[in-house]
Design a protein around this ligand. Structure first.
Ligand SMILES: [Zn+2]
Length: 442
């Protein structure tokens, strides 16, 4: 099994230690507080026998609120039973705090950190995964297949053996790293990664967390896709990541035609991701199968895939029946790989006639407003200058992810355009914000 462990960068979010102190400061000290969802509510209940401090997120979602309240009630009840029998010289305390994460417009994760000190100081973690689209709670089994659990266990084992070389050969470790759902039930879906929590007394005597970037899961899907199910079912994470597009600021759409290609499309995707930018890839149906992982990355990372026909024929020379074939076959080959249908079409050479318009069946036909002629110059500097010289709000920039020079130009252009104040969005986003109709035929 080949897994890119080196790329996992599975860093510790925090590490807390039980038993070294008996104060409430045992609550995991987290450098950055993530309150991405809900309104923070704080309740304090102090009297001479105990202290209760609870902070939790409240939202419009009844199902989620009720679950949070139920978990809090459970800990509160347990605490109240315990402190009555406690013979501690200190004031018994219950502290509950939280982190909340929005993965995208569908998944919301809540992590509750529970600390109680009665006779014994205790730390516990609760995680809740809420499906904002279906208005229900999800468990690990809902977002992962059983095969994925085996792989996950293997990856976690390697990670911890690398990072805690002296502590991973205990019976305790073997039990809690095993591929059972229970061992991996504490997790959150962040924007960029799945994070698993292993509280104190599970893997080690202290709590640790383990972070797996989604891109590593995407790589895996491609590498072993015949034999293993998808990690997080692809259909479930198709939603556009949340983007902060300011409709009042200038925006342009970079577009790349004729790909994907392993070498250049991947480099462009890396650059877009690094700069939190989006682009549109007008993919050939005949090439969709070449790099399915790259197409999946496009969607998962918030880019758009457009239809550039199946075999790159000039549509205006074809019969209506053949035009339809070119378009439909491409829609299907892209759907096979990504579970999404493109909503934009760019006819090869930008050439269209009435028959092409009819065959588009409501999908937008998109051309461009800046032609970099990258196929002609094959020179990154020339391409960059051509864009920088003319670019204005609402432009659609034509390039091809077929050439090293185009990829090089894209790597220069993405941060450069951002520096110039342009937001890099997809063509559909450009239309959504009413910025441009120039490249749109219908
Ligand atoms: Zn083309």
């Amino acid at each position: 099994m080949k897994v890119k462990l080196s790329k996992l960068c599975a860093c510790l979010l925090f590490c807390w230690c039980c038993g070294c102190s008996q104060s409430a400061s045992l609550i995991p000290s987290i450098n950055s507080v993530h309150h991405e969802y809900g309104e923070s509510v704080h309740e304090q209940n102090y009297h001479d026998q105990h202290l209760i401090n609870i902070t939790y997120p409240k939202s419009q979602k009844t199902v989620l609120n009720e679950e949070i309240q139920a978990r809090i009630a459970y800990h509160r009840q347990r605490f109240e039973q315990e402190y009555k029998h406690a013979s501690t010289p200190q004031l018994p305390e219950l502290n509950i705090d939280y982190q909340s994460y929005i993965k995208d417009d569908r998944y919301i994760s809540i992590k509750l950190d529970v600390f109680s000190s009665t006779s014994q100081p205790q730390e516990q973690i609760e995680t809740i995964l809420y499906d904002n689209q279906k208005d229900c709670l999800l468990s690990l089994q809902d977002v992962m297949s059983e095969e994925a659990l085996n792989l996950l266990s293997d990856m976690a084992k390697k990670y911890f053996q690398n990072h805690y070389p002296d502590e991973c050969y205990t019976r305790q470790f073997a039990v809690h790293i095993a591929p059972s759902a229970h061992n991996y039930e504490l997790f959150v879906l962040r924007k960029d990664a799945l994070v698993f929590y292993f509280p104190s007394g599970t893997l080690f005597d202290y709590g640790v967390s383990w972070e797996v970037p989604y891109e590593d899961l995407a790589d895996y899907i491609d590498m072993e896709k015949e034999e293993t199910a998808v990690f997080v079912p692809y259909q479930d994470v198709l939603n556009e990541p949340i983007k902060n597009i300011d409709p009042n600021q200038p925006m342009v759409a970079l577009t790349f035609d004729d790909g994907p290609t392993r070498k250049y499309t991947e480099a462009i995707l890396d650059c877009l991701k690094e700069n939190q930018a989006s682009a549109t890839f007008f993919v050939l149906g005949s090439r969709a199968d070449d790099c399915p992982d790259l197409l999946q990355r496009m969607v998962l990372e918030g880019n758009e895939i457009g239809n550039h026909t199946f075999s790159h024929k000039q549509l205006t020379t074809l019969s209506k029946e053949n035009i339809e074939e070119e378009i439909v076959a491409t829609q299907e080959s892209i759907h096979d790989v990504t579970s999404t249908y493109p909503s934009v079409i760019r006819p090869p050479y930008g050439s269209k006639n009435d028959a092409v318009m009819e065959c588009a069946q409501g999908k937008k036909i998109v051309t461009w407003t800046i032609d970099t002629e990258d196929w002609h110059s094959k020179n990154a500097e020339v391409i960059v200058n051509k864009v920088i010289k003319d670019v204005k709000d609402g432009d659609i920039i034509l390039m091809h992810d077929l050439y090293a020079s185009s990829a090089e130009a894209a790597i220069i252009l993405v941060p450069k355009l951002q520096e110039m104040g342009f937001q890099l969005v997809t063509v559909s986003e450009l239309y959504e914000y009413g910025k441009n109709d120039a490249g749109k035929i219908m």
